[in-house]
Design a protein around this ligand. Structure first.
Ligand code: AP5
Ligand code: MG
Length: 219
């Protein structure tokens, strides 16, 4: 990918956005900006904002658009995104956020939005099985846990279930995805930047599909 490339990964919760963004960010040496990770860091810091964000996240609801747009505006203003571009994971998630992103990145906009396509039932099963390192965010699953107990293979941190991976919160997030986020597929298609990638198969197989599409767009 060209230095300065601007990529958005779309897809329902559990489609592997976080997993694939981490890999793409290492492969292309581009910052991975995850709104979920930014919010979870605020929760860990114990700020008043973090406390409110935690309530919203644990219920599977969306943080208000104006708050998310403010966070993103600040993040995209940092120097690392100017040189290397960025990979967005979990933003935009509503049409209002997509319109704000268009304003923030004008006149060029974003280069490509990739929709990781995965049936709802498969996504649900992946989320119920998900384990995550509380320190570095590395993803595991009950079918593919860390090598030694619940200790992260990468950083030695504690591997846990995410607080919002209860069945009720997962179902709420998947419902909200249909209502609020799925319309972004048509939104980016109308702007000529949409690609769709099948998110079934192993993480390696999905990564290969992604890099082949991104490399094709580059040439
Ligand atoms: P966020 O952290 O973004 O969570 P999410 O949207 O619910 O998405 P997930 O992280 O659950 O799914 P993912 O697609 O990243 O899947 P993953 O790679 O982990 O947001 C959390 C909350 O913050 C939101 O609910 C909301 O409250 C708030 N928020 C964030 N952004 C916001 C915004 N813009 N506006 C408003 N509110 C916002 O994979 C899932 C599992 O599957 C893992 O266990 C993984 O190991 C496994 N897996 C991955 N790939 C494969 C594969 N190929 N085969 C088998 N298993 C796989
Ligand atoms: Mg994620």
């Amino acid at each position: 990918m060209n230095p300065g490339a601007r990529l958005v990964l779309l897809g329902r919760q559990g489609s592997g956005k976080g997993t694939q963004c981490t890999r793409l960010s290492r492969h292309y040496v581009v910052p991975h900006i995850s709104t979920g990770d930014i919010l979870r860091a605020a929760v860990r810091d114990g700020t008043e904002f973090g406390r409110r964000a935690r309530e919203i996240m644990d219920a599977g609801n969306l943080v208000p658009d104006d708050v998310m747009v403010g966070i993103m505006d600040e993040r995209l203003d940092r120097d690392d995104t100017r040189g290397r571009g960025f990979i967005l994971d979990g933003f935009p998630r509503t049409v209002a956020q997509a319109e704000a992103l268009e304003r923030m990145t004008a006149p060029r906009g974003i280069d490509v939005a990739i929709n990781l396509d995965l049936p709802r039932e498969v996504a649900l099963a992946r989320l119920i099985a998900r384990l995550i390192c509380a320190d570095c965010g590395t993803n595991y699953s009950t079918a593919d846990p860390p090598k030694y107990g619940m200790t992260c293979d990468v950083c030695g941190g504690d591997v846990v279930h995410r607080d919002d991976d209860t069945e009720a919160a997962i179902v709420r997030r998947l419902d909200l995805y249909e209502e609020e986020t799925a319309p972004l597929i048509a939104y980016f298609d109308e702007r000529g930047v949409l690609e769709t990638v099948d998110a079934m198969g192993t993480p390696d197989a999905v990564s290969e599909r992604l890099t082949s599409i991104i490399d094709k767009r580059r040439n």
